[in-house]
Design a protein around this ligand. Structure first.
Ligand code: MG
Length: 369
């Protein structure tokens, strides 16, 4: 079996363990060549291996590098399709108290314990103390998370978390220019220019022209990072958007959101048909519960969705790193804002998605714990 096949058949966890083992082996061999006695050899191997292993632990961006679109796939620096498993934070705005999660410790814990490969950072725009009324505070929270994600070698999606972005294109354009100037050189960064257009926003006359304007603005400063494009009806109408596709840039993906207890086979069929027509989709937000972000986990439909995501090598972010009292939150109310969560802190959705994300892309049992 080819060595890469071995890698892909095992969990990322095991890949890391294998890297550490290999490094330990190398350190051990180096020690053997330089040491005079068996005892001394052992001492050297023991002291060298752990620190060096930590330094080369395989972090997602170290492993995959600059992403780009190739046909229906997002591929990594080697040209291979990449499938990232991420967590979305909640709105950066203050209406729900979840801005407390926008800190470096939470991101580090998600990187190390949940083993996320991506973080999504929703910049709240219109509602409840959002960017339009309090730009500096919201931007500061978002920058904290972007910097923490980069420090941990994670991909990070900067999400214009709006339902009405075409109404304030000047603000979006200025924001994304600033982000592209600051972060365009980092392969970590992904831009989502429009979280969820409503079902009243027409693709061809409103969402598409808005998106093209923001793409052009970003590209003046960052020629290559992936740009996620929201699609009408809360980012479900990927079929409608791709019937009149954006042609001004090769590195764009179309956003598909699903909430498993609400969106089922009909949406999966539309998604698959769009993929089969050759378009790259991107699950910038998904939930295991209802589209209201509340209700019980729908295990059966979540399993069917994750099968589709895995089969097509799509990437996803799970909603949400939050302790708000609702089904989509990964934490029960009162969960620490700075990580350190154990099973007793997690909701049913949190328990399930930690297992899914930690082991991605390998399948895990999708059932109650
Ligand atoms: Mg770039």
């Amino acid at each position: 079996m080819h060595i890469m096949t071995v890698f892909h058949n095992r969990s990322f966890n095991r890949t890391r363990a294998f890297a550490r083992f290999t490094l330990g082996l190398c350190a051990g061999m180096m020690a053997i060549t330089s040491a005079v006695g068996e005892a001394r050899t052992k001492e050297k191997a023991d002291t060298v291996a752990p620190s060096t292993a930590a330094a080369i632990a395989v972090r997602p961006v170290d492993r995959h590098g600059q992403l780009r679109v190739k046909g229906r796939y997002v591929v990594d620096k080697t040209g291979k399709p990449v499938s990232l498993a991420g967590m979305s934070l909640f709105w950066s705005s203050t209406g729900w108290g979840q801005e407390k999660m926008f800190n470096a410790k939470a991101i580090k814990f998600l990187a190390e314990d949940w083993r996320v490969s991506m973080i999504r950072v929703p910049l709240g725009i219109e509602r409840d103390g959002g960017y339009l009324v309090d730009p500096e505070a919201n931007k500061k929270r978002v920058l904290t998370v972007i910097d923490a994600a980069i420090d941990n070698g994670l991909y990070v999606t900067i999400d214009w978390h709006s339902h009405h972005a075409e109404d304030t294109p000047d603000a979006a354009e200025a924001f994304f220019i600033e982000m592209a100037q600051k972060y365009g050189k980092y392969p970590h960064v992904i831009y989502n220019v429009y979280n969820e257009p409503l079902n009243t926003s027409d693709w061809s006359t409103a969402v598409k022209p808005y998106s093209e304007r923001i793409i052009r603005a970003i590209r003046k400063h960052d020629p290559d990072n992936i740009i996620v494009i929201g699609t009408p009806t809360w980012s479900q109408d990927v079929d409608i958007a791709t019937a009149d596709p954006i042609k001004i840039d090769p590195n764009i993906v179309y956003s598909l959101h699903f909430y498993a207890a609400k969106h089922k086979q009909e949406l999966r069929d539309r998604a698959q048909k769009t993929i089969d027509r050759g378009f790259p989709l991107w699950i910038d937000e998904m939930g295991t519960v209802l589209h209201t972000a509340d209700g019980d986990v729908d295990y059966e439909e979540t399993r069917k969705w994750l099968d589709l995501v895995r089969k097509n090598k799509l990437s996803f972010n799970n909603w949400a790193v939050s302790d708000k009292a609702e089904g989509a939150s990964i934490l029960k109310p009162g969960g620490s804002p700075t990580g350190g969560w154990t099973d007793k802190d997690l909701t049913p959705s949190g328990l399930l998605m930690r297992d899914v994300v930690r082991n991605w892309p390998n399948p895990v049992p999708i059932k109650p714990r």
